[in-house]
Design a protein around this ligand. Sequence first.
Ligand SMILES: *Cc1c(COP(=O)(O)O)cnc(C)c1O
Length: 295
Amino acid sequence: MHDEISIISSEDRHYSIDKSAEILNLHHEVISVDKENRKMDVAYLSKTIDEEIKAGVKFLAVVLNMGSTMYGSVDDITKITELLKSKPVEFMIHVDAAFGGFIYPFINFENKMNFSNPHIVSFTLDAHKMLQAPYGTDIYLSRKGFIEGVLTEGASYVKGQDCTLSGSRSGANAISVWMILRAYGSQGGIEFCHEIWERTNSLCDELDALQVQYFRESFMNIVTISSPYISESIAHKYRLVPNCHENPQWWKIVVMDHVTPQIIASFLSELSEYLTDSFALNKKAVKTELFSEHL
Ligand SMILES: *Cc1c(COP(=O)(O)O)cnc(C)c1O
């Protein structure tokens, strides 16, 4: 039974998926992403599923991204569900909406990553990302009837018993999330999402004008700039997040409340100056090269 289950996730998954696979001692297949849109490569996924079935796998736990940590990328639920349905294997989908859950569905009204898809059984959302709640305010949403599978009846002294791995934790966290949501109100929350989304749109328009290479998922507030287009000193000054600290290839901006239009303007002006200078420097280098060749 155990080796008949595999976890499938994307190259852009959160590292916690690897942790869970190791804790559960389950086989884990990582699907590469299309480098243009950073969505799971469906052809690669199809090939992998065929191989898994051949190896005797009967159940797939598929983890999809709604806002990957570094890029904010969102997997294509429609294509992936269609593909999975066409294969002789049972599957369930979990959506990792830790980063995107509190913005993406409020901006993209066409969003199909929700419980209307009968194959989606659960979601995770982090209130300590977009909602700026204190750390440790993760939310796990499960389709009715699925959480009972992990109910620990041994917790007889706990009213309602226990469905968690971690056990007792602070109720203050839940209250803080509730307070933040109440303070926004549903309309206020949507307006806030739209405001930072518009701010992200104007940032991207300016980056386009500067011909900067970056990745951005349309309905997200994350902009990930390719490292040749930014200096480390600008990245550090504005506290952008590197994809890795050793040798960063990408620097991420998360447009939030504190990322004001003024800060964005001063960032863009420094970036423009840097790009003009490095362009001039490149031209000079080419000239010197030509000149020395001449000699
Ligand atoms: C932040 C994040 C998580 C959860 O990590 P925490 O350690 O709970 O903050 C999971 N998935 C994604 C995509 C994330 O961005």
